[in-house]
Write a protein of this length. Structure first.
Length: 138
């Protein structure tokens, strides 16, 4: 039949190179497969607010949205909290100046405080704090 005098398959150097190459390929495939399971959240969404006016007689302050990502923040999921100097937190409902589904740059809204005092306003969207203002007189 076959007369094989040299019984070596490949040289040891070629064998090591093949094993390293197979290991690298398997590691790359495993990395691609596992990275498909990872979820990226992206950069946090933030807004910027400033005072547009106030009415001390009824403890009301008008706020304007200086910057907000367009069509990203649904108003129904946005909550506002007034934080008093003693740490007491009150959730308040804003009265918006215009009807819209989303909070956009240039929107105005009124916040009425429970008492005539200084409060910090915190905007919270789906559990994330979007903005915390400095203490403002209501």
């Amino acid at each position: 039949m076959w007369n094989i005098k040299n019984k070596e398959a490949v040289s040891p150097v070629i064998g090591v190179i093949l094993m390293v190459a197979i290991t690298v390929v398997l590691a790359a495939v495993l990395y691609v497969w596992v990275s498909g399971f990872m979820v990226t959240t992206g950069a946090p969404v933030r807004i910027s607010l400033s005072v547009a006016g106030s009415n001390d007689a009824i403890n009301q302050t008008t706020w304007i949205v200086d910057s907000a990502p367009a069509d990203k923040i649904e108003r129904v999921s946005l909550s506002f909290k007034l934080i008093a100097a003693d740490g007491t937190t009150t959730t308040v409902t804003p009265v918006y100046g215009a009807v819209s589904t989303y909070l956009n740059t240039g929107d105005t809204f009124n916040i009425t405080a429970p008492a005539n005092a200084y409060y910090t306003l915190r905007a919270v969207y789906k559990g994330d704090t979007l903005c915390t203002t400095g203490a403002t007189k209501y």
